[in-house]
Structure formats: structure tokens, C-alpha cells
Design a protein around this ligand. Structure first.
Ligand SMILES: Cc1cc2nc3c(=O)[nH]c(=O)nc-3n(C[C@H](O)[C@H](O)[C@H](O)COP(=O)(O)OP(=O)(O)OC[C@H]3O[C@@H](n4cnc5c(N)ncnc54)[C@H](O)[C@@H]3O)c2cc1C
Length: 389
């Protein structure tokens, strides 16, 4: 980055946060709770109202509890105590969250739009103002801080700049930090649907169906909605009810049919697996999807981002008092977590998308492993995030 002096008119703050997604909002609330001055900007006129992440794990609820958001989220979500991997009707791996040593022994099912609105509400109560639509255009840094030029023509001088600006992070790019990894060949289709009420799909369970035709995930959301995610060669832009029904008929439960009544929202996406080469370039720090992206298998993305944000807030407090080493400790603590999550999501994705010829063997191996209590327990600890305490 170039050394550019700040003009006299630049607004001053301690931390400039670029991006008001779940990660940026968590960080803003956590810093505001400690009395740190922040400026938060987001390029979009308003928050996205699509569901995307549907899962908040136990560890995430634990780390945001001091901010006063966990009880609000719990009140709005659905508690799923069980996660199973099935081959049509046969349970290959049952994972119970009920025995986890946490105040939150379950997976909380709630749409990302609701999670973001709870975080925004709390951040506002703590005095955070989100400037939007307002994009970062350029930034430069010197020994004292960072100067950012914004799309409304104004400038902000901050002691630290945080890139919470998602997978295509401009902050990461301008800081010259590489984003290593790749992209999966298959695409994912995603739909929020209403199903006929019957015994085909238990209401408080997240199910990964591994079938010869491929993966389909059926996960409950509040208000009688189910999230369906499937891997397909070439996903349609807008999956309709017939398309989702065919996925469930060929991959989902057989003894009792899961019948789609209505598709509320649908989308498709390609999945990348990447981790930033570094989380920091002097006074510029990365957090959330700007630092790591991976498959949605295991529902980890937003969760890791929110946990990063709490760890970064804890590191920025000493860094603002002159102890920059705290930011190195943040990277040393959180980058390995991202690498482990990318590996877990990658294993689940590769298992789910195994070539047809290997799927029988995969199912046999999984059902054998599932008989080992330690295997089931380890998976529950990793999925819930409690292993990263
Ligand atoms: C289809 C789908 C399904 C998913 N399912 C799950 C799941 O089940 N579980 C899970 O945990 N995760 C899931 N994820 C991932 C989850 O949505 C992301 O991990 C999460 O949104 C990351 O949050 P973030 O705040 O880091 O980034 P984002 O949510 O991407 O937010 C970044 C923000 O930065 C803003 N921004 C970007 N550039 C600029 C700029 N130059 N200036 C100002 N603002 C800028 C954007 O407008 C945006 O609001 C899913 C994602 C998708 C797409």
C-alpha cells in the first residue's frame, strides 16, 4: 500500500470496519461494548434478507453471550438436538448434541437474516451506526494508522482497518494478502420449502442424506420451514417445487415420502475452499469470510466468522493500547481454526459427493465408524465448535 497523508478533513476513529455482515456486526457490537470508537460501513443499501447460513452452533452462542444476543437468538430459533447422516432410510451416523457440556446443547436453526437483524439491533443499542450504502474505495497506511477513501467521497482515518467485507474482500486485495485454495466442480442448490406434515422428516433433526445420486440435506427452520441443500452437476438459477421434489424422491427418505408443498426461496451457488495467507498486514486485519471460505457442509462459515470477531475484539483492545503482538496472537489462534474447519467441511463434501462406484464402500465405512462412541463424540465437538474453546 502507498503512504498517503490524511487530509485535514478526514474523520477520526479507532477502528474502521468494512462490512456489516454477521462478522462485522459482531465485531462492532463487541468493540462498542468496550467503549471503542468505530466507524462501520457497508456497500449495500440494506442487509441481505436471504437465509444463507441456517445454523448457529453452541460455541458461537457461548462467545456472543456476554453481548446479550444469545438469548434473543435462542428465542427466535429452533433447537435441533440431533444430526444424522443417512443412506435413504438407514441411519449411518447419529450425532447427539444433547450431552454436550454447554448451556446450548443443540444446534440452533435460524436464518442468517434473523441472526443479522438481532446483531444489528444489539449493535445499535450499544451506539453503533452503520453507514450505508457506503463502500471502501482505497486505503493506505503509515505507522500511526490507516486512511480510507469511501464511495461518498469522504475519508476516514483509523488506527486499525478491519476487512469484514466477505469472500471477495477488497481490503484483503489492497493489503496484498493472497487467498489460497480452489473451487469444487459441482454446484449446490439451496431452497427453503414447506413440506407436508408427516413422519418422513423429524422436526428437530438435521439430516444429511448420502444417496447414490448425491447429497441432500434436510434441515428444520422455525415456522414450519425446511432448508434443502443438494449437490448437483448444474443447478438451476431458481429451483421450483418439482425440481426439489425430484431431489427428495431420488435421494431423501423412502419409507415415507417428503412432499414439497411450496418453495419460499431458492438459489444456487458454487463452493470455494480458501484461507488467507495472513490475517494481518500491519494495521489492516481480516476477519470472517474475508479470511476463509469453505463448503457449507457442517454449517460452519458464519459461525467461524462470528467467533473470529469476538477474538479480534479481544485483541484490538490491547493493540489500541500499543500492544500490537495481540493481533499476531489473534492470527495464531484463529487461522488454524479456519484451516481445520476447511478440512472438516472438505471431508464431508468429498464424502457426500463420492463417485457412484465408491458410495457403497463409503456407507459401509461410515456405519462401522459410527459404532465407535469416540468418533461420534469428536464429530459433535467439532461441529458444535466446542473443540475450539
Ligand atoms: C448459499 C449459502 C449458504 C450458506 N450456508 C451456511 C450455513 O449453513 N452455515 C454457515 O455458518 N454459513 C453458511 N454460509 C456462509 C455464510 O453466509 C457466510 O460465512 C457469512 O455470511 C460470512 O459473514 P461475513 O460477515 O464474514 O461476510 P458477508 O456476509 O459476505 O458480509 C460482507 C459484507 O461486506 C460488504 N462489503 C463488501 N465489499 C465492501 C466494500 N468494498 N465496502 C463496504 N462494504 C463492503 C457486503 O455488502 C456485505 O454486507 C452460506 C453462504 C451461502 C452463500
Amino acid at each position: 500500500m502507498n503512504q498517503v497523508p490524511a487530509p485535514a478533513a478526514a474523520a477520526q476513529t479507532d477502528v474502521l470496519i468494512v462490512g456489516a455482515g454477521p462478522t462485522g456486526l459482531t465485531l462492532a457490537a463487541a468493540l462498542a461494548a468496550q467503549g471503542v470508537a468505530t466507524v462501520v460501513i457497508d456497500a449495500q443499501a440494506e442487509g441481505a434478507n436471504t437465509s444463507r447460513a441456517a445454523v448457529v452452533h453452541a460455541r458461537t452462542l457461548e462467545v456472543v453471550e456476554p453481548l446479550g444476543v444469545s438469548d434473543r437468538l435462542v428465542a427466535l430459533g429452533l433447537q435441533a438436538g440431533r444430526f444424522t447422516i443417512r443412506d435413504r432410510d438407514r441411519i449411518l451416523v447419529p450425532i447427539e448434541f444433547g450431552g454436550l457440556p454447554s448451556r446450548y446443547p443443540y444446534t440452533l436453526m435460524v436464518s442468517q437474516a434473523v441472526t443479522e437483524s438481532v446483531l444489528l439491533e444489539r449493535a445499535r443499542e450499544l451506539g453503533v451506526v452503520v453507514r450505508r450504502p457506503c463502500a471502501l474505495v482505497t486505503s493506505s497506511q503509515d505507522e500511526e494508522g490507516v486512511v480510507a477513501t469511501l464511495s461518498d467521497g469522504s475519508q476516514v482515518r483509523a488506527r486499525f482497518l478491519v476487512g469484514a467485507d466477505g469472500m471477495h474482500s477488497l481490503v484483503r486485495e489492497q493489503a496484498g494478502i493472497g487467498f489460497d485454495g480452489g473451487t469444487y466442480g459441482e454446484s449446490f442448490v439451496l431452497a427453503d420449502v414447506r413440506l407436508e406434515a408427516n413422519e418422513a422428516v423429524p422436526r428437530r433433526e438435521v439430516i444429511l442424506f448420502f444417496s447414490p445420486a448425491g447429497l441432500v440435506v434436510v434441515a428444520p427452520l422455525p415456522d414450519g420451514v425446511h432448508r434443502i441443500v443438494a449437490t448437483v452437476e448444474d443447478a438451476p438459477e431458481q429451483p421450483n417445487a418439482a425440481y426439489v421434489q425430484a431431489l427428495l424422491d431420488t435421494r431423501g427418505p423412502q419409507a415415507a415420502r417428503a412432499v414439497v408443498r411450496e418453495v419460499l426461496w431458492g438459489s444456487r451457488f458454487r463452493v470455494h475452499h480458501r484461507v488467507a495467507q495472513a490475517y494481518r498486514n500491519r494495521r489492516v486485519v481480516l476477519v470472517g469470510d474475508a479470511a476463509h471460505v469453505h463448503s457449507p457442509a457442517g454449517g460452519q462459515g458464519m459461525n467461524v466468522g462470528m467467533q473470529d470477531a469476538i477474538a479480534l475484539a479481544e485483541a484490538l483492545i490491547p493493540a489500541l493500547a500499543g500492544d500490537d503482538a495481540a493481533l499476531d496472537a489473534y492470527e495464531a489462534r484463529r487461522r488454524p481454526v479456519a484451516q481445520q474447519v476447511v478440512t472438516l467441511a472438505d471431508r464431508l463434501t468429498r464424502m457426500a459427493t463420492a463417485p457412484r462406484a465408491l458410495r457403497g464402500l463409503r456407507n459401509l465405512l461410515l456405519s462401522m465408524l459410527a459404532r465407535v462412541p469416540n468418533f461420534r463424540r469428536t464429530l459433535a465437538w467439532r461441529l458444535s465448535g466446542l473443540v475450539y474453546r
